[in-house]
Ligand binder design. Structure first.
Ligand code: GAP
Length: 557
């Protein structure tokens, strides 16, 4: 599937719009349209229902070491700034960035790829001198080799690089064959001399700055005075709200370890290069669980959550080769983690064979609770994160609160270990959109073959569950159809349509991903039955009007 087709469908049918589009849009922000909001809500609700409300705490789930409880939270986006200092986000939540002085664009260091271009043609040599004269420090021969960068791997087409190099060398396209288009495609991290680098979209070489750290937290001020003391941060993850409320939840409920706290909510990251539709946005929603357990069983719980979360996506229709579970190699793990796995999807905007992260499942040990208690981390086990101040004292103070847990049956006191399944609601929505997009050939009302676009959503997440059509606008058919529509509406989102040829009405619902269409026709008037059409198989069957609601309810639940 080509990504452009999905992007165009999303706009045309009201799944996704660029935020503030009438003002030219704002990079990294997206609005969900009438169909998109239902789709995303259904995904979040399926997650909440499956993880929290319908969780059975009396039975040992398949693959779990014991029974466990699940509960929820809804925390604020802005929290005490100390939370982010202790969690490490204030000092360490950074990406490395390079800036282009010519285009004023910013790039993530690790995302830049490029190719050496060697310029040895006769005509080209003269041209390189001309180019070098415009940049004072460099010597002419240095421009015989230029490292041309592209913005992303996806744009790594040789033709694009050639075009950029031609411009930089000021060479006419017809003289291109006098040049050597040479060299390996390599990442920017392997380049040490930036003087001969031509940045993405730039016309001159040597305009990129040295790489530097860039903190991804968005800032604001709480209160009327914009001072450093009033500086606050929009949360970059929902997880910290759960950690700082751990004691509140234990004290206010009867939950006993092992148990999980779930939260769905907005997070914000000042991404340097938001891209790939909603995949990397600056405002997005997360669906996170922090699961608290005894250190001795934590490995088993990690495996349980890793497999359970993978199954969740599969059950909702992301099965097949495009979905995979990837265990991190030991050298990829954070210092505190004894296991991390990513659930990944082969998004169509990625190069063939590459996958993008949907969800990470991490074993976080007691890192977070201990940090919020003590404000310091073990310097031996986590040398990177610890920044001790003078005399070996912690740089940032913790809350000083006791966040340990006492098992009232064994009397054992311990700091719980945490397993964190952390998913992105927008990334999941995007993956379900990509997976659903299908084209097939079907005859239209006149029997002519036409390409049909059909969004094959799992009925549980489909924005509209059923559409009702009168075949014609007469003979009492609209009245019967409206009655059916009203009864359906009481149970789930339904749609009524009486405009245009019935084939066109079916096509519109196929594009919206509506699993069932109900048609009132001539036969309805004699035997009180209607047809139900299945979106995917196109099979039609007759059902008594009185049974329609139950039949649809059974199929979409
Ligand atoms: N608490 C752990 C945590 O936040 P993460 O891997 O940074 O881990 C978890 O984020 C999930 O949040 C990702 O797997 C992804 O689905 C989603 N996510 C992260 N950054 C995002 C962004 N810029 N845009 C959209 N979704 C994002």
């Amino acid at each position: 599937m080509e990504m452009e087709k999905l992007v165009s469908l999303c706009k045309r049918r009201g799944f996704l719009f660029q935020s503030s589009e009438i003002y030219g849009g704002i990079n990294g922000f997206w609005d969900y349209g009438p169909l998109g909001v239902e789709l995303k809500r259904n995904i979040k609700e399926a997650w909440w229902q499956d993880m929290v409300t319908s969780h059975d705490e009396l039975t040992v789930a398949e693959g779990a070491p014991s029974t466990h409880e699940m509960t929820g939270l809804d925390c604020t986006i802005i929290m005490h700034p100390q939370v982010w200092k202790v969690s490490g986000h204030f000092d360490l939540f950074t990406d490395i960035m390079v800036e282009c002085r010519e285009t004023n664009k910013r790039f993530r260091y690790d995302q830049l790829r490029g190719r050496w271009v060697t310029c040895t043609g006769k005509k080209a040599k003269g041209q390189t001198k001309q180019l070098s004269a415009s940049t004072s420090e460099a010597k002419p021969q240095e421009f015989e080799k230029v490292f041309v960068l592209t913005k992303s791997e996806a744009e790594e087409e040789l033709a694009d690089l050639e075009r950029a190099a031609l411009k930089a060398f000021n060479i006419r396209a017809k003289d291109a064959d006098k040049l050597n288009w040479d060299g390996e495609v390599v990442s920017f991290e392997t380049i040490s001399n930036f003087e001969n680098v031509l940045g993405p979209g730039a016309k001159r070489v040597g305009t990129l700055t040295d790489p530097r750290d860039f903190n991804l937290m968005l800032e604001s001020h709480a209160g009327p005075i914009k001072s450093d003391e009033n500086k606050v941060f929009l949360r970059p993850e929902t997880a910290q709200g759960i950690f700082v409320n751990f004691k509140n939840v234990v004290d206010s409920t009867r939950v006993r370890i092992p148990f999980g706290i779930a939260q769905v909510g907005k997070s914000f990251r000042n991404e340097i290069t938001p891209r790939n539709f909603t995949f990397r946005s600056r405002e997005f929603e997360q669906m996170e669980i922090e699961f608290f357990c005894h250190p001795d069983t934590s490995r088993k719980w990690y495996e349980y959550w890793r497999d359970r979360r993978m199954q969740w996506y599969t059950d909702l229709g992301l099965a097949g080769e495009r979905l995979r579970l990837r265990d991190h190699a030991t050298d990829e793990l954070s210092h505190y983690s004894t296991g991390t796995a990513d659930i990944e999807y082969a998004f169509p905007f990625l190069p063939e064979g590459e996958f993008g992260e949907l969800e990470g499942i991490s074993h976080r040990g007691d890192f977070d609770l201990r940090s919020h208690m003590e404000g310091k981390l073990d310097p031996k086990s986590c040398p990177l994160e610890v920044e001790l101040g003078e005399n070996g004292k912690p740089k940032y103070r913790g809350s000083g609160r006791d966040l340990t847990y006492r098992d009232d049956q064994t009397n054992e006191r311990f700091t719980p270990h945490v397993i964190e399944p952390s998913a992105g609601a927008d990334r999941a929505t995007l993956a379900f959109l990509c997976e659903a997009y299908t084209e097939d050939e079907q005859p239209d009302d006149k029997g002519k073959m036409q390409t049909r676009i059909v969004m094959k959503f799992h009925p549980r997440i489909a924005p509209i569950k059923a559409a009702v059509f009168p075949l014609v606008k007469k003979d009492g058919m609209p009245e019967i159809a409206r009655d059916i529509y009203r009864s359906l509406k009481k149970r789930f989102p339904a749609f009524y349509d009486e405009k245009g040829a019935v084939g066109r009405r079916y096509r519109r619902q196929d594009e919206a991903g509506t699993p069932y269409c109900i048609t009132v026709d001539g036969q309805t008037l004699t035997d009180q039955t209607v047809t139900i059409r299945d979106r995917d198989t196109l099979k039609q069957w007759r059902v008594k009007i009185d049974d329609v609601v139950e039949e649809i309810a059974l199929r979409v639940s």
